[in-house]
Design a protein around this ligand. Structure first.
Ligand SMILES: Nc1ncnc2c1ncn2[C@@H]1O[C@H](COP(=O)(O)OP(=O)(O)O)[C@@H](O)[C@H]1O
Ligand SMILES: [Mg+2]
Length: 253
């Protein structure tokens, strides 16, 4: 039996009269890449914000490894093993790559590790930060000031900051957005590497990347789940094609 690492049940988020998340019940399997597609405004980022605790749901339930995390704050969610990246880059541009990752690791360990002596705590934060940089191919840029790097490298650093918290589940909001094709290929390769060990929930604009990375795809429209299935099922779905044609004048993510 596959393990369901994360589950949402009848999840809703209203902004005034707008149903940004509309009765979403999804299961995410451990070790898989589950992509979320949908036109602009479909509610993809809102869903990620609910899962990461940035937003509180209007109703419904979220559970992670069987524990109810519906009302948990972002710090707690990060500590229990859910990492997230943002649609817009979220690094500290005046700090080095290592310092950015250090802050990521520290923020996550700060309360869970309070029982350890400070020296041991610091060694662990250092080790996590360096390991994350290495995983993302940024070990050679350890001391470079983040703001002086290319946009693609900054996005890679953002993934490294998330990895420094050693998450079991990664929430990625358009990690390839705004990248050139070479950068995009590099980060796709990184995501494929991460997918060998981790569970990914991936929102991505780039259809080719989604089709090449995902094990499962959920298509959202107007806050609701339109369809969930394998890459082949989604590619061939008439409902998905109709939904996209209906939004043909908009960008599709
Ligand atoms: N904080 C907010 N307040 C009010 N409306 C919001 C807020 N965040 C998102 N929305 C609205 O919710 C809908 C879904 O937005 P979003 O989740 O960002 O979509 P996506 O990421 O799929 O493009 C949009 O109509 C958006 O305008
Ligand atoms: Mg979005």
């Amino acid at each position: 039996m596959p393990e369901i690492i994360l589950r949402t049940e009848h999840l809703c988020k209203n902004f005034g009269g707008l149903k940004a998340t509309d009765d979403v019940s999804l299961e995410f399997e451990r070790g898989k890449v589950h992509a979320i597609l949908g036109p602009n405004g479909a509610g993809k980022t809102t869903l990620i914000n609910l899962l990461s605790g940035e937003l509180q749901p209007s109703s419904g339930r979220i559970s992670f490894k069987g524990y109810d995390i519906t009302d948990a704050r972002p710090e707690k969610i990060s500590r229990i093993g859910i990492g997230r990246s943002f649609q817009k880059t979220n690094i500290l541009p005046g700090f080095s790559c290592f310092q950015n990752c250090w802050i990521g690791a520290q923020s996550c360990l700060i309360t869970s590790m309070r029982f350890f002596r400070p020296a041991r705590h610091l060694r662990m934060v250092h080790r996590r930060a360096d390991h994350a940089l290495q995983l993302c191919g940024l070990a050679g840029k350890r001391n470079q000031i983040a703001g002086t790097m290319s946009y693609g490298e900054q996005r890679q650093l953002e993934i490294a900051m998330m990895l420094a918290t050693e998450p079991e589940l990664l929430l990625l909001d358009e990690p390839l957005a705004g990248m050139g094709s070479e950068e995009s290929q590099q980060v796709t390769a990184l995501l494929r590497e991460l997918a060998r060990e981790q569970t990914l929930i991936l929102i991505e604009h780039d259809m080719d990347a989604v089709f090449s990375l995902a094990d499962r795809i959920t298509v959202m429209v107007d806050g609701a789940e339109l369809e969930t299935g394998s890459v082949e099922q989604i590619r061939n779905s008439q409902a998905v094609q109709d939904a996209y044609l209906g939004h043909a004048d908009e960008e599709v993510a």
